[in-house]
Design a protein around this ligand. Structure first.
Ligand SMILES: CCCCCCCCCC(=O)SCCNC(=O)CCNC(=O)[C@H](O)C(C)(C)COP(=O)(O)OP(=O)(O)OC[C@H]1O[C@@H](n2cnc3c(N)ncnc32)[C@H](O)[C@@H]1OP(=O)(O)O
Length: 218
């Protein structure tokens, strides 16, 4: 019987994963921004290795989903963009406002490209997630087959950002969506725009790609 079934509770585990994610995000921010003495860096590296060891005692394999996740329910705690348990995620929070998906986040030092601004690949990653969300909630989920990004102005670090996405066309299995990044303070000035194409998988494609994860290949 798993720990979750055994009474510790799914909600409790999700809260613990979120707490660990918060701590890891703090660690990444501090470790990226630090100008602490070199001796402190060496000491921190040792402490972090010690902290990581027990986490590595029980890990899942490539095709196993996390016990606290709910794939069909859309709970992905380790998603690298939105996952509250992910050390890497800003995390981006996304909600719906009518037909438009609206996201908010702020990017720290770890996401830096040009000095004091976000890396362009990070903007593309955020927008891929935004467009994917809009496509999914439109009822036609699919995988990204094309993502075009236009960088009009650099995206500032340590600044609340407002992202949007919406579906614009549906042609057979191809759904096209567009999205933007702006700051919360100046939502009318678009910093980055993206257009993405998403393709709904055929049953054969879904089976080929995800059969080992869903167990439908057994
Ligand atoms: C709430 C949760 C939110 C979740 C958000 C998640 C966001 C993140 C999403 C991702 O990042 S997904 C990961 C990145 N994407 C991939 O890894 C996909 C890799 N591509 C594939 O595996 C195959 O392309 C795929 C199985 C998706 C489709 O298979 P095919 O390439 O054989 O396409 P197919 O021959 O079935 O063609 C289907 C349609 O797509 C069209 N198509 C395919 N590739 C295209 C392309 N690159 N550009 C434009 N159209 C394309 C193709 O013309 C055709 O159009 P029609 O139906 O109108 O005839």
């Amino acid at each position: 019987m798993s720990e979750i079934e055994n009474g510790h509770g799914l909600q409790h585990r999700r809260e613990a994963i979120t707490g660990l994610g918060d701590a890891l995000r703090l660690l990444i921010e501090q470790a990226t921004a630090t100008e602490a003495p070199t001796a402190e860096l060496l000491r921190a590296a040792e402490l972090i290795r010690q902290a990581a060891a027990p986490l590595g005692e029980r890990v899942r394999g490539r095709f196993e989903t996390a016990a606290a996740d709910d794939l069909l329910g859309g709970v992905r705690l380790y998603n690298p963009v939105t996952g509250l348990g992910s050390a890497f995620a800003p995390p981006l929070e996304i909600h719906r406002e009518g037909d438009v998906a609206v996201g908010t986040c702020s990017l720290g030092r770890a996401f830096e490209g040009p000095p004091s601004f976000a890396h362009g690949g990070v903007s593309a990653m955020l927008l891929d997630q935004m467009l994917g969300y809009a496509v999914t909630v439109s009822g036609r989920p699919g995988m990204t087959v094309q993502l075009d990004t236009g960088y009009r102005q650099p995206v500032p670090l340590y600044t609340p950002l407002r992202l949007t996405a919406q579906v614009v066309t549906v042609e057979n299995r191809v759904v096209t969506a567009t999205g933007t990044i702006a700051t919360v303070d100046d939502p009318g000035t678009i910093l980055v725009r993206a257009t993405g194409k998403f393709v709904a998988l055929l049953a054969e494609q879904a089976q080929r790609l995800f059969g080992p994860v869903t167990g439908s290949d057994r």
